[in-house]
Design a protein around this ligand. Structure first.
Ligand SMILES: [Zn+2]
Ligand SMILES: [Zn+2]
Length: 155
């Protein structure tokens, strides 16, 4: 499954799902973590930590950068949000059923949406290619820039 981050996501449903995931992980979705997750879910596109901080300050005046970074760490650990490295920004996980061994991101240069895909063949190919060089990767970031299906259709 492949869902673009943004307005199409049902926030209430996603928050309820997040509660369940945290419960299963014996992790606590505090009010603050929930607020940060909600902001990411409701954003039309990826948000940077500073954009999140600005928005969070409207509901929680005392918020400082570490507040946001700690909440983001928690949300990433529980696979509720992902960081898009090249944008240094965060998107909601579009499919919490992914095993997340390897996810890849498709970044639309026109509308700014980021879609998450999980294709094991890509990571296996990367692992084999690295192994041929005797290289032991611990992390792979696969982010593609281009035009999403909706923008391509609109052209
Ligand atoms: Zn995900
Ligand atoms: Zn697009």
């Amino acid at each position: 499954m492949q869902v673009a981050s943004g307005g199409s996501v049902n926030t209430q449903q996603a928050l309820a799902e997040a509660e369940k995931i945290c419960e299963a992980n014996a992790a606590q979705l505090t009010e603050l973590r929930r607020a940060v997750l909600r902001l990411i879910l409701e954003a039309p596109g990826p948000l940077t930590a500073y954009q999140l901080l600005d928005q969070l300050k409207t509901i929680r005046k005392s918020a400082v950068p570490p507040t946001v970074y700690r909440a983001l760490d928690f949300l990433m650990e529980n696979r509720l949000v992902h960081k898009v490295e090249q944008l240094n920004a965060f998107i909601p996980c579009s499919d919490t059923q992914h095993d997340h061994q390897d996810v890849q991101f498709l970044i639309c240069e026109k509308c700014g949406t980021v879609a998450e895909i999980e294709d094991h063949a890509i990571s296996h190919a990367l692992a084999r290619a690295a192994a041929r060089q005797g290289f032991q990767p611990h992390k792979a970031v696969v982010e593609l820039d281009g035009t999403c299906a909706a923008c391509a259709a609109a052209q």
